[in-house]
Design a protein around this ligand. Structure first.
Ligand SMILES: Cc1ncc(C[n+]2csc(CCOP(=O)(O)OP(=O)(O)O)c2C)c(N)n1
Ligand SMILES: [Mg+2]
Length: 408
């Protein structure tokens, strides 16, 4: 039996595992100290103290939203909720690097990015309440609808980026025209075939796309070590897509690497893969109980590296976080919480027949047949006391429990 050549080392000998944190791009240490990096400093040097406070405000508001939405689910007002808790720096830093004309394809916990795209966070909860397929206008915000089919939207993003390229909106040198596309997905998603296909199409077409992976170290109960044996970012160069690993709990560093990747895309330089190394501090969703598969010590380790605390420490150390700002922000967060609660409770029930709308942009025989069958069913139920769209609506999936049997 021939032996494999000794020159072929085992994968684990080629690179450290997917959870190693050495060599991440970092501009703020966990204690809030600004560290210089000649390669990345130029991308953030225009951010003055007011801009940093703006990033801090974004993160505080997004976290308040997260807490409020989780409470609403526990009160039975939402069917399900997926927290962004712990990922605020990855999302706000990257989101604030975008230009108005850029277009984002998120997965389902990108509330921080939604906020930076001007989406009313209350509207994000329409989907989680089960009263809407989306909740906002993707074109108006350059922010596509949430996608729950893991990894599928990375293909949509690359396809959209190829469209942008064919429209001639890349590499013109006009800063208000050149456009980049960003797709957000998780560490677990990188094990899906769709993401590999997206990388192939992005590379060979030199698509103006940034593939932004939030490695939050968990795919529900599966750790990243079950998805990869090398750092996830190391995969991309094999497809011909350059990659960068960044400290995802450092809002400045995620801003810098995303700004650079976006600029590369807009100028016609092609795709970039960003791995933001972060931690999902909450449960996967409100249907999950992480204490069943990870330790309290691990959770504490990452609480000590909270992305919001990091920027707060920096602003405090530099004397740039006045009490008045903190007080105003606390009031603003309270008002946001109140507004979200009121808005959610006021969301009406859709007509059941509306489920057939917006499935396709153009008329579709299959959807028409489904609608007709549904209408026949409703007509047959008329007067029987059985289900009709006005008596049961489509919110029957709404439960007060923590495990309502919803797809997760
Ligand atoms: C194609 C597909 N397979 C499985 C699922 C079930 N599922 C929902 S979330 C999830 C884990 C995703 O983990 P990751 O990509 O790391 O994203 P995260 O939730 O950590 O943000 C899985 C397997 C799904 N929604 N879609
Ligand atoms: Mg994950």
């Amino acid at each position: 039996m021939p032996q494999p050549p000794a020159a072929l080392p085992a994968p684990s000998a080629q690179a450290p595992g997917p959870l190693h944190a050495e060599g991440l791009v970092q501009l703020l240490t966990p204690s809030g100290e600004r560290v210089g990096d000649p390669a990345w400093d130029p991308w953030v040097e225009h951010l003055d103290a007011a801009a940093l406070r703006g990033l801090y405000r974004d993160m505080v508001l997004v976290r308040r939203f997260d807490t409020e939405a989780t409470a609403l689910q526990r009160q039975g007002e939402l069917a399900l909720f997926a927290q962004a808790l712990g990922q605020e720096a990855a999302q706000v830093g990257s989101g604030r690097a975008l230009a108005p004309q850029d277009h984002v394809f998120p997965s389902y916990r990108e509330h921080g990015v939604a906020h930076t795209r001007g989406v009313d966070l209350a509207d994000v909860l329409r989907l989680f309440r089960g009263v809407d397929h989306g909740g906002w206008d993707p074109v108006a915000h350059g922010f596509h609808l949430y996608t729950l089919v893991i990894g599928s939207h990375t293909l949509h993003a690359v396809g959209y980026a190829m469209g942008v390229q064919r429209d001639g909106d890349v590499g013109t040198g006009d800063a208000s025209r050149d456009t980049a596309v960003v797709t957000y997905f998780g560490d677990g998603a990188t094990a899906q075939g769709d993401v590999s296909e997206a990388l192939v199409f992005a590379a060979v077409n030199r698509a103006p796309v940034v593939l932004f992976c939030q490695n939050n170290q968990w795919a529900i109960s599966e750790p990243t070590t079950r998805q990869a044996v090398v750092p996830i970012a190391d995969r991309a160069p094999g497809f011909g897509v350059p990659s960068v690993r960044v400290d995802g709990n450092d809002v400045l560093a995620t801003y810098a690497v995303t700004a650079a990747a976006l600029e590369r895309a807009r100028s016609g330089g092609g795709p970039t893969f960003v791995e933001a190394f972060t931690y999902r501090m909450g449960a996967h969703t409100t249907s999950d109980d992480p204490s069943r598969y990870r330790s309290a010590d691990e959770e504490q380790h990452w609480r000590d590296r909270d992305p919001i605390d990091r920027l707060r420490r920096h602003l405090e150390a530099t004397g740039e976080l006045p009490d008045a700002f903190v007080d105003d922000l606390a009031h603003e967060a309270d008002a946001l919480g109140e507004r979200v609660r009121t808005a959610v409770r006021a969301m009406g029930r859709p007509e059941a027949a509306s489920m057939f709308e917006h499935v396709y942009a153009t008329p579709h025989a299959g959807v028409d047949a489904d609608r007709a069958a549904y209408e026949r069913f409703e007509a047959a139920m008329e007067g029987t006391g059985g289900p009709t769209s006005t008596t049961t609506g489509t919110t029957t999936g709404m439960t007060t429990g923590t495990t309502g049997g919803h797809a997760r």
